[in-house]
Design a protein around this ligand. Structure first.
Ligand code: SAM
Ligand code: DTB
Ligand code: SF4
Length: 336
């Protein structure tokens, strides 16, 4: 399948029908599609760093970093360049091929933006892929990111347009689509996905996947986060998603966006090895690796190494033909 043959016209009832299949049929279909496009036994690994932490003006109900919530968070101004470079070198030595930097901004400001451009250039000079998530962007900022050599921009739709208002009131779903459009038009790879376990229903998960898959181009990476419940946020105490429903959602994402890299993102530290193994079988082929996500703990590196070895998974992602991801993925092995 070339990228021209990918579908962008899904409707909710078709997606609902994918979810409604018997579990084994759904997983078999997802695994077959996965194998047609990727080596089934390899995953890509990215490492995260929070480059500016807390005091964000947005009110995202899941987020530890919103100034609207009372969380026990250590606020930090934009990190100096040398600290970022040090963290990226460490991540590279540990086997990550992409370094993702997140900032608690609604949108980047004029004062700090040049410093972020310098960080992107520094990551490139380490021969790593760069990814940033900085909130909403205008066309001018996108052009500057492209010029600096940015590989990926992460901006999540988070949830369905219908459920969105239950989670965030300070920016709209359309604001997110606009930023993604600017990024895609500039030729920067898009990383966009969502969060499960915020109290949404299956129809919302279907609708989120329709929004992602019906974009002009499928996102190159699709992070699927399981809510990390943070005390003091409005979503602390939300009904947790059933593990089988989470796995189903990964499988449906794989079927709808066959050439995209689907990332098993936040929440892995709460998942059993068996659940993660089922997610890889369902078509997830990337993880955030490293003991810290942005402000919360990630899965332990030692546990990950053991799990990947146990499953016979290598960390050098092989793609077959016609993939949405344009940047090359380097071959790396986790250091012991
Ligand atoms: N401020 C920027 C923005 O929101 O676009 C970038 C950073 S923000 C922390 C990046 C993404 O992390 C969010 O869109 C959300 O999908 C995810 N995220 C944040 N907190 C989370 C949590 N507690 N559990 C799961 N995912 C979370
Ligand atoms: C994404 O989809 N998940 C990452 C990344 N993109 C930036 C963030 C997860 C954050 C989890 C909660 C925290 O550590 O603050
Ligand atoms: Fe701010 Fe991003 Fe957190 Fe929303 S998710 S409160 S925009 S840091």
């Amino acid at each position: 399948m070339s990228t021209d043959e990918l579908r962008h016209n899904w409707d909710i009832s078709e997606v609902q029908a994918l979810f409604d299949q018997p579990f084994n049929d759904l997983l078999f279909q997802a695994q077959s599609i996965h194998r047609a496009h990727f080596d089934a036994n390899s995953i890509q690994i990215s490492t995260l760093l929070s480059i500016k932490t807390g005091r964000c003006s947005e009110d995202c109900g899941y987020c530890s970093q919103s100034a609207h919530h009372n969380t026990d968070l250590e606020v930090e101004a934009l990190l100096p360049l040398d600290e970022v470079v040090k963290a990226a070198k460490k991540a590279k030595a540990e086997g990550a091929d992409r370094f993702c930097m997140g900032a608690a901004w609604s949108r980047p400001n004029k004062r700090d933006f040049p410093q972020v451009l310098a960080m992107i250039k520094a990551i490139k000079s380490l021969d790593m892929e760069s990814c940033v998530t900085l909130g909403m962007l205008d066309k001018e900022q996108v052009a500057q990111l492209k010029e600096a050599g940015l590989d990926y921009y992460n901006h999540n739709l988070d949830t369905s347009p219908e459920f969105y208002g239950n989670v965030i009131s300070t920016r709209t779903f359309q604001d997110r689509l606009d930023t993604l459009n600017h990024v895609q038009q500039a030729g920067i790879n898009v990383c966009s996905g969502g969060i499960l376990g915020m109290g949404e229903e299956r129809k919302d998960r279907c609708s989120l996947l329709v929004q992602l898959a019906n974009m002009k181009q499928h996102p190159d990476s699709v992070p699927i986060n399981m809510l990390v419940q943070v005390e003091g946020t409005p979503l602390f105490g939300a009904d947790e998603i059933e593990p089988l429903e989470f796995i189903r959602t990964v499988a449906v994402a794989r079927i709808m966006m066959p050439c995209s890299v689907v990332r098993l993102s936040a929440g892995r530290e709460e998942m059993s090895d068996e659940m993660q193994a089922m997610c890889f079988f369902a078509g997830a082929n990337s993880v955030f690796y490293g003991e810290r996500l942005l402000t919360t703990e990630g899965a332990s590196a030692q546990a990950d190494q053991k799990l990947f070895a146990n499953l016979g998974i290598s960390t050098s992602l092989e793609k077959k033909s016609g993939h949405a991801e344009k940047a090359s993925v380097s071959r790396t092995e986790l250091s012991a």
